[in-house]
Design a binder for this molecule. Structure first.
Ligand code: ADP
Length: 260
């Protein structure tokens, strides 16, 4: 609590009492702590690839460049780490834009059969590369008013994760259903699953169940935070159901009518 006090004095200059104002600053402190944690996380996430890029470039200049095999190996690491940096900066800019332009969503009618047809080839290719069966069922009536670029990002992030966290020969299913007031989008996989204790935390910025695995697959730890921001900006909800080693299902519910 922050306490501010003021004396109460009457016309005869006699002290009649004191007014104390108790100001609950718990929330302010929490927000401030979250901001500090975020900056610390960003710095750490940026530092790791930069250290690696610098180290391998120096080693190349000190002579490793004369060995063709070593050069190839080190340059590949430099390229991968640069791509990680690029993905991280992209996601950070995206989050910052969402924080600022919360109210500036584009709004147009999105017809899901057509919308899903547009993103299907990207995901189909990713799934094939990993030998994962992809199934899509889309209600012909499903449509909402929303920001199609941002919703495309939501679906790509969820489908990308589903493929990423599912071993080869698994299955990923996307379904879009139309109910009375909403459209329900489900992305289900037969992958590694998420331990129950962590299910409520995966939407936090930089939270990962397994940091090393997420890094290896190029994850930034920001994908689901972005998904949640976009869904909530559309006044929708997102939930996850998951069983360890059996799979995960993400369910998004978006209101059909524009209310933002
Ligand atoms: P990342 O870039 O690490 O994938 P996300 O924000 O997209 O970041 O996801 C956060 C974490 O949630 C991941 O690191 C992973 O541990 C977990 N996760 C997300 N989607 C799935 C999924 N479909 N199956 C299992 N774990 C998942």
């Amino acid at each position: 609590f922050e306490i501010v006090g003021a004396p109460v004095i009457n016309d005869q200059h006699v002290l009649k009492g004191v007014i104390l104002v108790f100001h609950d600053i718990t929330k302010l402190k929490r927000v401030e702590q979250m901001r500090k944690d975020f900056v610390a996380n960003v710095s750490h996430e940026l530092k790791t690839p930069i250290t690696s890029i610098k180290g391998f470039a120096e080693t190349l200049l000190e002579g490793a460049k004369d060995d063709e095999q070593l050069s190839d190996q080190f340059l590949t690491i430099i390229l991968t780490e640069s791509e990680r940096l690029q993905a991280l900066v992209h996601d950070l800019l995206e989050l910052s834009k969402l924080d600022q332009d919360e109210m500036k969503l584009k709004s147009a009618t999105i017809l899901f059969p057509e919308f899903i047809n547009n993103i299907a080839p990207i995901i189909q290719q990713e799934a094939e590369r990993k030998k994962i069966t992809l199934e899509m069922t889309v209600d012909q009536q499903a449509s909402i008013v929303g920001d199609s670029d941002r919703l495309k990002q939501v679906l790509l992030n969820l489908l990308h994760n589903a493929i990423n966290y599912t071993p080869a020969n698994g299955m990923v299913q996307l379904s879009v259903k139309s109910v009375s007031e909403a459209v329900i989008i489900e992305v289900a996989d037969t992958g590694i699953g998420i331990p129950e204790d962590f299910q409520s935390r995966i939407f936090e910025r930089f939270f990962r169940v397994d940091r090393a695995r997420s890094r290896n697959t190029g994850g930034t730890g920001l994908g689901l935070a972005i998904v949640k921001r976009i869904v909530e900006a559309h006044h929708g909800t997102i939930h996850v159901k998951s069983k360890l080693n059996q799979g995960s299902t993400f369910e998004i519910r978006l209101p059909k009518k524009k209310i933002f």
